[in-house]
Design a protein around this ligand. Structure first.
Ligand code: SAH
Ligand code: SF4
Length: 358
């Protein structure tokens, strides 16, 4: 098989961002040749070295609440799942967990939860942000909100917001969400966040039922059109209590997850890309592999252990106590073993965002 056209597309991709047509991205995703993919991986890694260096930034992830008003068909904590024991960490516990992250040397935290739109929830995160933002970079991932709420959280010190579009394909989006979930509202939230000068992150699930290589290639183009600063994407993993559960190929989802990281780095060059827990769920060294495919951020879970089993977005989500000295040592060794270092005490801002502000 000749990879001539794909190889020349790969060369051009290295020259400038967005210098690769969607059809070539789809062609690469479709190709399964190990030799060709080693070239793609190595090209992506060289871009990471150029823009970021052999370094990984940590964001301590706090899963603040599994209460959610939404019913996404793929998600284990969707509101209709009656098998979930619901919890919400009080302000004090969120702050305590985040400050523990600071002690562990993390320069930033990500606060994530189900989607709640209420004055009480808005005010709660204002309190948390005011307590934390002088010490740590804070990323929020609290779902869709109004412009006013995004503004209040920005004023209280939030710097980054992660809101995955899940899929940029409107038709697939409508198949994996109930009618009440509006693609355009989600897309508009990304625009508002950008206008409010957040570092904006988005991403997709990879390996969804009915998702094609073309759709994934267009997802990468969507990231470029939206001009995002951060990408958090990972394999879709079914959850048994959800309507979307069903036939699924774990190895395919894992491989595609790595390929998407490499192609996104090749397309966008200087954004932050996370090696997500979903990769680790499918392979114990999944996150380290993600780094070798071009990712530069990891999100060790620092949620207090007693809450973890109730924040299962998908089946077999790793429950490791990443605060323990043992697992921190193991993670640090794994990172060193691939020739990278950890950016301790650094907020790990997106170079793409910093370039916009220089
Ligand atoms: N409620 C917020 C944030 C929490 S959910 C929101 O939806 O934006 C965080 C992410 O978990 C979602 O964006 C989705 O991409 C991911 N997720 C949910 N269910 C998943 C599954 N079954 N497999 C993989 N990722 C999943
Ligand atoms: Fe709620 Fe987010 Fe899960 Fe959708 S993906 S059900 S919004 S927690």
């Amino acid at each position: 098989m000749s990879f001539g056209p794909l190889e020349s597309a790969l060369k051009r991709a290295l020259e400038a961002p967005k210098n690769i047509p969607v059809s070539s991205l789809a062609g690469m995703l479709c190709c399964d040749d190990a030799g060709f993919w080693e070239e793609v991986r190595s090209a992506s890694y060289s871009l990471k070295l150029k823009h970021i260096g052999p370094a990984v930034s940590f964001r301590g992830l706090v899963e603040c609440s599994n209460v959610c008003a939404k019913d996404c068909y793929y998600c284990g904590i969707r509101k209709s799942n009656k098998n979930v024991c619901r919890y919400s960490l009080p302000e004090s516990e969120i702050i305590e967990s985040a400050l523990l992250a600071k002690e562990l040397g993390y320069g930033s935290v990500a606060l994530q939860s189900g989607e709640i739109e209420s004055e009480a929830n808005t005010a709660k995160f204002e309190v948390v942000l005011k307590a934390l933002s002088q010490y740590l970079g804070v990323t929020l991932s609290l779902g869709e909100q109004t412009e006013k709420v995004f503004q209040r959280w920005r004023d209280a010190g939030a710097k980054r917001y992660l809101l995955r579009i899940e899929t940029s394909d409107r038709e697939l989006y409508s198949r994996i969400h109930p009618n009440s979930c509006d693609f355009l509202r989600r897309q508009n939230c990304l625009r508002i966040l950008r206008d409010l000068d957040y570092q904006v992150g988005t991403g997709v699930m990879i390996g969804l039922p009915g998702q094609t290589f073309d759709m994934l290639a267009r997802d990468i183009a969507f990231f470029g059109e939206t001009d995002v600063d951060m990408i958090g994407m990972g394999p879709y993993i079914p959850h048994p209590d959800t309507p979307l559960k069903g036939a699924w190929d774990s190895e395919k989802a894992y491989k595609l997850g790595l390929k998407m990281i490499a192609l996104t780095r090749l397309y966008l060059h200087d954004v932050n890309i996370a090696a997500t827990t979903a990769l680790q769920a499918l392979s114990p060294r999944g996150r380290e592999e993600g780094l070798l495919y071009g990712a530069n951020v990891m999100m060790p879970n620092i949620t207090p252990l007693k809450y973890r089993e109730n924040y299962k977005l998908y089946a077999d989500k790793p429950q490791t106590d990443e605060n323990s000295a043992e697992s921190r040592e193991a993670l640090s060794e794994a990172i060193i073993s691939i020739g990278e270092r950890i950016n301790y005490h650094s907020e790990g801002n997106s170079p793409h965002y910093l370039a916009r502000h220089s």
